[in-house]
Design a binder for this molecule. Structure first.
Ligand code: SME
Length: 162
């Protein structure tokens, strides 16, 4: 008996694989986590369509602090019990929000944001921070985008941690 495995790669998969390959190359050999976050924020901003904010918040041991990003100026400190970012950091689980207005406690940094994807960054079992992506398009982020972003972050998490 033979088994056929079927796998359909989506356009989002391809974009994220390409972005993850590029991100890994960008951080290779560079130990400075902030410099690496800056380049990866710029890369995602260029590579992934329909974003109005792309960047990082860093965990300082107590709360999230604004890190390198692209987009409009944003709120600087986010407690772990606040917002989509706080939930991702606290639960160490990605938060994919189709309608930010329906998310209790959502923090509106840019009024244009309608949907959001936040992926926690964990390296050596330590919370480093979160990757935050905002879009002006409702329901912009699919399950494929979530997996794509999670794989990208998993591949470079150690290089964001220093
Ligand atoms: N919307 C986020 C805050 C960060 S900004 O979107 C850049 C939140 O609710 O955590």
């Amino acid at each position: 008996m033979s088994y056929a495995l079927s796998f359909t790669a989506t356009a989002a998969d391809a974009l994220w694989i390409e972005a993850a390959d590029a991100a890994e190359a960008l951080v290779a050999g560079e130990p400075d986590g902030i410099a690496n976050m800056a380049n990866v924020a710029a890369l995602i901003w260029q590579a992934i369509p329909d974003l109005n904010w792309a960047g990082f918040y860093r965990f300082d041991g107590a709360e999230l602090v604004l890190g390198p990003f692209q987009g409009k100026a944003a709120c600087i400190r986010i407690p772990l019990d606040k917002g989509v970012c706080g939930a991702a950091a606290r639960l160490r689980a990605s938060q994919r929000v189709d309608d930010v207005h329906a998310f209790p406690g959502h923090i509106a940094c840019d009024a244009a944001s309608r949907s959001e994807l936040v992926v926690p960054i964990v390296a050596h079992d330590r919370l480093v921070g979160v990757l935050d992506l905002d879009s002006p398009v409702p329901g912009r982020f699919t399950a494929d985008d979530q997996v794509g972003a999670e794989v990208l972050i998993a591949r470079i998490a150690a290089a964001l941690a220093e």
